[in-house]
Design a binder for this molecule. Structure first.
Ligand code: 5GP
Ligand code: ZN
Length: 115
């Protein structure tokens, strides 16, 4: 039994608002949206984070990124979107199953600076 929330979503043990699914990927809306449109693309196989990815994951990572503009179009983000991959505690990662955030709707504010 996995304790990983996203693995449970992949296995259908926890419901999600699904946007897209294929044999390797799942995309679903974030439960606490940080923008008018906010969803995540995850691999179905468990990988803790981008730091744990190996050369064998190259195609999978490419596939995740290539889905981003396609699903952004589908969810109404014709004007553009932001992609975020939080990696590790220092990167603000809270769920340790690799995921790409896609955020958009309106015009997002610039990234905060340390100034
Ligand atoms: P992180 O901070 O790890 O990059 O992002 C994890 C994201 O997962 C957060 O934005 C959080 O709102 C979202 N999240 C956590 N638990 C669930 C859940 O059970 N369902 C969905 N749809 N999103 C979740
Ligand atoms: Zn997992």
């Amino acid at each position: 039994m996995t304790e990983c929330i996203f693995c449970k979503i992949v296995q259908g043990q926890i419901p999600c608002q699904k946007i897209y699914e294929d044999d390797e990927l799942l995309a679903f809306h974030d439960i606490h949206p940080a923008a008018p449109v906010h969803f995540m693309i995850i691999p179905k196989k468990h990988v803790d984070s981008l730091s744990q990815c190996q050369a064998e994951d190259q195609a999978l990572l490419g596939k995740m990124l290539l889905q981003a503009p396609r699903l952004a179009q589908q969810t109404g983000l014709q004007q553009g979107f932001r992609t975020v991959i939080n990696t590790g505690r220092g990167g603000g990662q809270e769920v340790f199953h690799l995921h790409v955030h896609i955020l958009g709707g309106g015009v997002l504010p610039p990234l905060q600076t340390n100034k």
